[in-house]
Design a protein around this ligand. Structure first.
Ligand code: URA
Length: 443
């Protein structure tokens, strides 16, 4: 066998050295690294050293683009061209209570978009869209490639689990980053997220980059840097791009927990106003419609998205998709058919005043400890449990007023969750200044 490095006359040690000294790797060198690591000819210890050098030295724009493209091409590149020009995808950098896809995809589908999405399962404090969807009895997230395209074409959206051969370089690299303290570096996050998005094939990609205590990027500055880099890489790859930077200092909406979040998403599709969730779907949805050419401007896009809810078309799209993926669509119209926890415990405010802060990440962990999330990939989850918040930041409260309702499998776990949840709230005598929920749009 002839290895690429023999042809190129390079050795991985030289490339680690080059990056360690702050040099710029060429496209060919990056291609060699990604293919060598994916096929096993570059071992974990050398890749770890290189990843750490990238953490300290960073990458230029062309390096990040080359890394992303090499990782995207390490496996299948999904071809969505049969679905026409309006294919779109959305990615969120992960948050607590984030059920956006369950609202956004049906709205966009009702406006003529085609969203063929691959989503992940939840891990740690954040939930995963496909876990939430499995709340529908019978719902399946695995299907053939042909069926995936057929549902996207006929219904307008489909949400499946990530195919095994989508950006395999990222799967291997992420596992290594996780155990070598090299997750938190913008070029590595950009290439990880964007390689999967580019390989998934949509022409328009809209990103929701979270900032705050429940997010990966805790400061707004880091979130904007990440957003700008991802938009730039996507554009270099010829996709229509936009990114929205949004607040994750408190959970999105009120519900945290799988079936509870599905119920909240359905409530929004029925016309109920859950302010932050609804606004986020309107902003992401209007970016998708405008960037993909389905609406001439944001005003028209918002009008169409509003109409998709008011006419019931978006709710109908959700039911069609649930049914196409083997689920019981009756649960879309009668949410008592969704899983529910046997114990509900009301958590009361300990004092008069205002809620001044909430630890979003810790509220995600309350739901996880109730059984609604996974500590490790193999864990089974309880779809019915979680938390429904009744008060969020800057809401006035009286001592003894209901702050939240815990949905638990038994009294003991409900009692433990109550203590944990109360520690997530901070109270004060007056409201606090807060930046807007939507911090900005990068496009
Ligand atoms: N999500 C990803 O898929 N990759 C990262 O590196 C970080 C968040």
């Amino acid at each position: 066998m002839i290895y690429i490095h023999e042809v190129m006359n390079v050795h991985i040690v030289d490339l680690i050295e080059k990056k360690k000294r702050g040099g710029e790797l060429t496209e060919e060198e990056i291609g060699y690294i990604v293919s060598g690591f994916t096929d096993g000819s570059i071992p974990d210890y050398q890749m770890s050293a290189l990843l750490m050098a990238i953490v300290f030295r960073g990458m230029t724009g062309p390096e990040t683009t080359a890394l992303t493209m090499a990782m995207a091409h390490s496996g299948d590149m999904v071809d969505l061209s049969a679905l026409g020009p309006h294919t779109a995808d959305k990615h969120s950098t992960g948050g607590v209570g984030d059920k956006t896809s369950l609202v956004l995809c049906p709205m966009v589908a009702a406006c003529g978009g085609k969203m063929a999405k691959m989503s992940g399962r939840g891990l740690g404090h954040t939930g995963g869209t496909i876990d939430k969807l499995e709340s529908f009895p019978g719902f399946s997230v695995s299907m053939s490639g042909e069926r995936f395209l057929e549902i996207a074409d006929t219904v307008g959206f489909v949400i499946a689990g990530q195919s095994a051969n989508l950006a395999p370089a990222d799967k291997k690299m992420y596992a290594l980053r996780d155990v070598t303290a090299t997750v938190n570096a913008i070029p590595l996050i950009v290439s990880s997220i964007m390689s999967k998005k580019l390989a998934s094939g949509a022409r328009t990609i809209v990103l929701d980059v979270k900032t705050g205590s429940g997010a990966f990027m805790e400061t707004e500055e880091q979130a904007f840097d990440l957003a700008r880099e991802m938009v730039s890489v996507g554009r270099n790859a010829g996709r229509n791009m936009a990114a929205v930077v949004t607040d994750m200092d408190q959970p999105l909406g009120f519900a945290v927990g799988n079936a509870l979040e599905v119920k909240e998403a359905i409530a929004v599709l029925r016309g109920e106003n859950v302010p932050d969730l609804k606004e986020l779907c309107m902003v992401l949805g209007s970016q998708i419609l405008v960037r993909s050419g389905l609406a001439p401007d944001e005003i028209e896009a918002r009008a169409r998205l509003t109409e998709s809810i008011e006419s019931g078309a978006a709710l109908k799209k959700l039911a069609e998709m649930v049914s196409a993926q083997g689920g019981d669509s009756a649960a879309v119209f009668d949410t008592s058919l969704l899983p529910a926890a046997p114990v509900q415990r009301s958590v009361k405010a300990p004092r008069d005043g205002f809620v001044t802060a909430m630890e979003a990440r810790d509220i995600g962990l309350v739901s996880m400890h109730l059984g609604g999330g996974r500590a490790s990939k193999e864990d089974e989850i309880d779809l019915g449990v979680g938390v429904v918040l009744r008060a969020k930041v800057n809401d006035p409260v009286r001592a003894g007023q209901e702050l939240a309702v815990i949905h638990a499998a038994d009294e003991a776990s409900a009692a433990a969750a109550e203590e944990e949840l109360l520690r997530c709230y901070t109270f004060g005598d007056g409201p606090v200044d807060r930046p807007p929920f939507i911090r900005g749009v990068v496009c």
